[in-house]
Design a protein around this ligand. Sequence first.
Ligand code: SAM
Length: 366
Amino acid sequence: MACFKNQSLLLHQVLQGNSYDVLCGLLKDSREKGKYRLIVTSPPYYGHRHYGNDPYEIGQEKTDAEYIDNLAKTFAVCRNLLTEDGSLWIVIGDTRRRYEKLMIPHKLAQRLVGIGYTFREDIIWYKKNNISSSSKENLSQAYEIVLFLSKNEKCYTNLDGIRIAGNEAREGRNRTPPSHMLQYKPLNESKEKITEILEIVHNARHDTPFKELPTTSEISKAYGYDPEKYCPTCYRKFKRHATRKRIGDHKHYPIFAVCNSNGKNPGNVWEVATKAHYGSEHFAIFPEDLVDIIINFTTQEGDWVLDPFVGRGTSGMVSEYRHRRFRGIDLYAENVSHAIENIRSVKVGKITLNLSDQKRHGCLDS
Ligand SMILES: C[S@@+](CC[C@H](N)C(=O)[O-])C[C@H]1O[C@@H](n2cnc3c(N)ncnc32)[C@H](O)[C@@H]1O
């Protein structure tokens, strides 16, 4: 793989204008077609706030149908700019009219499928620090939706880039399996034998010689499920691609088991705290951590990333930090300057992003 760590090789451009027009302009250049592996963006939400007075500003339409039309036509152009294995990620909130939620993210997703995208996932971005609503009838909005779509059925993904520590493995240790995991009743023909097995398993250390440990079939007799099919600590079903590994420092289950030592799949609920606004900036910014997961999951170093509603440039800053090439677009000149300045600040080290290391600890790490 080419090395893009040399800063001089990185190219960043933030263009000003109505996204739809700028994107159509880009498409006229044949080099832009199929260039971007990731399009990640957070358009203005419908009827939420004004960013300026331009009549082309998205979010100010008279009806939600018009708003969805405008976004759909913008993302239709985006599809042509994506690589064949590229993906589109949209962080989008809903709008409430008194008691009724308009279901904007879902309606948009349906439109995008209609123009050829594959709908892969709607991720719940759970905002742990959400502001509690004063409403007596509606619940506080504690999450936003992140739509994950791909240009074609398959797209580039790297799950190893976003694995997280398997806390549940640690918590689940030394318990009997939950009843729904039991495949058969523990065989209790010889209670003494089973007690003996449980004792060995519970007291064994990572350096206990393997020959002193019970076999998986003896363990399955004691527990009532097959430890070769399910992780004996977190009870998750093993996948075929997982590696066969001895559970070292898991004192209680030092048996051979199949488990992914790089950590577990993060799932489709992401708990990320909202970001405080910077200085006079008033954007509904997405947190760097959120963009970081998306960039690590769906791109490699040197890939091109595009954000058609760039705001203060969060996606560009993370792209710079992760050695991806980036292009952004915003309607307002002031935002474009802000974004360029922010991306440059990351590049020269004036802004340090506090992002977790890509190498995360797995459930089998001590
Ligand atoms: C929610 S903000 C994006 C914030 C961004 N994710 C960040 O972290 O800073 C939406 C942005 O879309 C821009 N915008 C609104 N209508 C636009 C249009 N028609 N073309 C391009 N940009 C537009 C606004 O100026 C605003 O900066």
